[in-house]
Design a protein around this ligand. Structure first.
Ligand code: SF4
Ligand code: SF4
Length: 87
């Protein structure tokens, strides 16, 4: 019996829209729930430097959105309701 490791199911020409409300995502480097939950690993944490500050700010960004399989784990797990996924 082969194990099902949730291989990404690519939705061909479907236009997937994944949005992150970074204003609502206050501490992404401490949370990381969406990054860890996504089976397709499409989220990354990116450092964003503000011009007026030397303090690094982190934001969750979407990479490789075409690998999204529509499982909605990211939407369900986000404690701040920052993420929307639409087809
Ligand atoms: S719905 Fe969310 S968790 Fe599921 S594959 Fe797409 S981006 Fe990843
Ligand atoms: S799960 Fe939500 S709050 Fe947590 S890092 Fe991802 S977008 Fe931000």
């Amino acid at each position: 019996m082969s194990a099902n490791l949730h291989p990404p199911k690519i939705y061909g020409d479907m236009k997937i829209k994944i949005k992150i409300d970074n204003d609502k995502c206050k501490n992404p480097d401490e949370c990381m729930k969406c990054v860890q939950a996504c089976p397709a690993k499409i989220f990354v944490l990116k450092s964003v430097k503000k011009e007026s500050s030397y303090v690094n700010k982190w934001e969750v960004k979407v990479l490789f959105k075409d690998l999204c399989n529509g499982c909605m784990k990211c939407v369900e797990i986000c404690p701040e309701q920052c993420i929307s996924v639409k087809f």
